[in-house]
Structure formats: C-alpha cells, structure tokens
Design a protein around this ligand. Structure first.
Ligand code: HPA
Length: 291
C-alpha cells in the first residue's frame, strides 16, 4: 500500500499516498541545489543586523536570494537582507548568510536553524555566528566586539526538541564548550594583530521582540550574562549537534535597558552596527585566513 512512498509519508495522521518531506530531506534538497551551482563552503558566516556588507568581500561569488532556495525561511527584519553568498575569501571557501530567521518572528527553532543544518550538510567545518547585542556588563560599551565564551539559553525552547535526527547528531549532545577554545584564541590573536580591542563574555538569548526591562537586565546580570540578544544560541546548539566548530562574536550596539537612563531603539542598534562593520569585516577575514 505504501510502496514508493517516503518514510515521512507513512507517519501516523497522513493519508496514504500523501508525500510529506521530513526536515532532513528538506535540508538535503536545499544543500543539493547549492552543491549543483558552486563548490561547497568549508566555513559559514552568519551576519547579524547591519553586518551584511561582509558578504560583498567574497570573490568568485554565487548568490541566492533566500526566496529562491527550497524550504528556506524568510527573514523580515529591517537590516537583514535575506541572501546567501558562497565564494572565496583568504583562500577558503566561505558562505555568508545575510539575514537569519528569528524565534521572535514566529518561526519554530527547527526553522530558525534550517540554514545551519544546510551549511553542516554542505560540509562546513566551522560556523562563525555574529549578532548585535546589548551590553549588560558595563565594560562592554557600544561599538565593542565581544567574543562569546559561553551562552545562556533563555528562549524557553531548544532546536533539538522533538525526535532526534541521528543523521545530524546525538540525542543529548554535550554543550560544555559550545564556542571553540581554539577559535576564541584565534579571534584574540587576530584582533591583537589588527590593534582591535576585543571583549569576552557570556551571551544570553532571550525571546524578544520587545527589549528587556531594567529589572530583567538586573536579573540577567545576576545569572552571569554579559550581553543580551535574540539570536545565535539556536544556531550554535544545532551546529554543535552536527559537530561543527563554532565561533560567536557579538557587536555591542547599545547599553542594555536601564544601564543608561535612555530608551532603546532598533535604529541605534543598526547605526552602531554600521559604524563597526568595517572593523568587524577585517576581523572576520583575518580569522578565516588563519583557520
Ligand atoms: N537586547 C536584546 N537584543 C538586542 C539588544 C538588546 O539590548 N541590542 C541588540 N540586540
């Protein structure tokens, strides 16, 4: 009765003959399209708010709008472009993702991590995650770049919720060193060589999209967070699930709520990210060249 119908279509609740692709097959389909059109990347970079310009530094580039990639989630945030570029930089095959899907847009975390899964299936060995974040630690002033030493997931969910896909990784993956000590040290070396001051800290991911209250920021400081943002952690978890080495770098775009007596707004976040993007791009290129 089910001959010729995929395993996914035999799941309870589906009519016989109905084909529903499972998540893994969707990831593979997107990866197959990219693989057909360009040599795959060894390094993937996800560009946070205002940092998309880095993608233009790739040479011999092939680019896709997210809308042209099968099953790829759209990102509708201002300052996020929605483009995948794969090309060459500093002698490496690199993919740059300008724009990501966020939990606060209403996507579930498997959708949020779709692009990470595709990069993993394409064979990327390292994933560099960048973001804009609010500085909780007063040493992290706007314009500072912060290497993520660890994270706290306060999203209230996890991208690995649901049946485990063994072809990606283990049911209970270790998260003792999400952010590669080797890549964190490399980021420090490259920043020092470029004369770029760089911070370190713990990033806490919150759901958003509203910014935090001052009381929430006091709480987040108490539990050990240095910077706060609304992304990155799902991708880092999914990447570690697949055994990909992860580096996270936050651009501190504002003092977190209540740190300074002034309100927060997205325009300020974008403006600071724009001011920093040249330094950020140079740091990324330096890191990629020495991976
Ligand atoms: N809070 C949460 N997310 C952010 C912030 C912030 O202050 N700044 C940039 N992204």
């Amino acid at each position: 009765m089910f001959r010729g119908v995929s395993r996914a279509a035999r799941k309870p609740g589906l009519q016989p003959g109905t084909i529903r692709m499972d998540y893994y097959d969707k990831v593979e389909e997107a990866a197959a399209l990219i693989r057909r059109e360009t040599p795959p990347p060894d390094v993937a970079v996800v560009l946070g708010s205002g940092l998309g310009a880095f993608a233009t530094t790739l040479q011999d580039a092939t680019a896709w709008s997210y809308a042209d990639l099968p099953h790829w989630p759209a990102s509708h945030v201002i300052g996020h472009e929605g483009r995948l570029v794969v090309g060459t930089l500093a002698g490496r095959r690199v993919s740059a993702l300008s724009g990501r899907a966020h939990f606060y847009e209403g996507h579930d975390l498997r959708t949020v991590t779709f692009a990470t899964r595709v990069m993993g299936r394409l064979g990327a060995k390292a994933l560099i995650l960048t973001n804009a974040a609010g500085g909780i630690n007063v040493k992290l002033t706007p314009g500072t770049l912060m290497v993520m030493d660890d994270h706290i997931n306060l999203l209230g969910s996890n991208p690995l919720v649901g049946p485990n896909e063994d072809r990606f990784g283990l049911r209970f993956p270790d998260m003792s060193t999400v952010y590669s000590p080797r890549l964190r040290a490399l980021a420090d070396d490259v920043a020092a060589a470029q004369g770029l001051p760089i911070g370190h800290g713990v990033y806490v991911a919150v759901h958003g999209p509203s910014y935090e209250t001052p009381a929430e920021i006091r709480f987040l400081r108490t539990i050990g967070a240095d910077a706060v943002g609304m992304s990155t952690v799902p991708e880092a978890i999914a990447a570690r699930h697949m055994g990909i080495e992860v580096l996270g770098i936050s651009c501190i775009t504002n003092a977190a709520a209540g740190v300074l007596p002034k309100p927060l707004n997205h325009d300020e976040v974008m403006e600071v990210a724009r001011q920093v993007r040249g330094r950020f791009a140079a740091l990324l290129e330096g890191i990629i060249g020495r991976l």
